[in-house]
Design a binder for this molecule. Sequence first.
Ligand code: SF4
Length: 441
Amino acid sequence: MIEKSFFIRVIGCQMNVYDGDKLRGELLSRGWQEAESEDCADFVVFLTCSVRERAEQKAASEIGKFGKKWKKSHRPRLALLGCMAARLGDNLARKFPWIAVAAGPAHMGLVPDAMDRALETGARFVAGSETRAAGPISCAPRSRGNPHKAYVTVANGCDQFCAYCIVPYVRGRFASRAPDDVLDEARELVRNGAVEITLLGQNVDAYGKDFGGGARGRFASLLNGVSSIDGLRRVRFATSHPSDFTDDILDVMGSRPNICPSINLPVQAGSDRVLREMNRRYTKDEYVSLVRRIRAALPEPAITTDLIVGFPGETEDDFEESVALFGELRFDLAHTAAYSPRDGTPAASRPDQVPAAERARRLVRLNGVQTEISRKINASMVGKTYEVLLDEPAPKGEGMLQGRTATDKVVLVRAPLEMAGTFREARVIGSSPWCLEGELV
Ligand code: SF4
């Protein structure tokens, strides 16, 4: 039997982490070995992101670096997966002969066979012209980068068509998984050691819309089912869309203590004009009212948001409305980005692009405002005690473990590695805008 080894590199979102975990499990079950580094792997798997131009450029440059080694030894082969493979897989495979497999999210199910074939016969596989809807790899992600936490995709693709976003074009139309599939996978993950599960989708709140009869109650019911699994200590979900987030979701969250009170609710802009041009389908007032309802319904929820500065046509006044919204709603954290034009989206061809330098200036200003808000919120937690799931060594600081509160705040504590995967009480003794320092009590 041919010895086969792989190394997985994930660039991008949690859905890529999930796809990578599934692929790892499937390859291991087929007799592949996971290499310690990409230097000693037969296959390097890249799970890529297309949301921003810079992420694509970085991935293309990383892929290019394999050329020298390939010319010498014809190793390693590359599997280019994720959104960038859906968008540019054909072109990149033509340019880089070491790409043996190129397949976007819709064709993940074909990847394990393609990798086997590439090693056994040298055959290359580019899914660009593949019309079979292969769907995902069917096994649960048994072998995970983090054994205590797991992701479960509940829906793929997106039907919202926000004017700046490439996702509907690379991940396809919104498609919910059957509730029994999601529940079976979640149960298997819990049997397999997961104590925290995050339900994933580009728009989880729309779960079930495509089953007919409307989405109302569907995600709430799924959330209720998953959170009722014995042994599952925490359930999270991401990402929410303000126009699909309904109060029945809050009712379930309020009644199930293991559903974490942390919600990522992208607002994307603070100006109604920009929201309309982005095709976001809600107004600023509707968004503010939803945040107020969440805060009234849940004890101490953490709300995070995403916001784009410099969308085409965004004026200084529009931008100041985003700044004011941050001041008014005081998010725990914000993922902010300067608008990045993506070919094929309506916003990319608009003539009124905001100059790059101005986008950068607005981003720095908004980040400064949010950093101060996060600093104050986190400082207010000093002296309080929280339950923390310790889950992995901290990236810096010997003898430190990193964990998260139910509200998804990062907490660093001095603790032995054997405590990873356990829930501990930690008192907060220090804070920064990005994380908390704690001591075990
Ligand atoms: S809802 Fe999110 S994923 Fe869907 S088009 Fe809008 S930004 Fe993209």
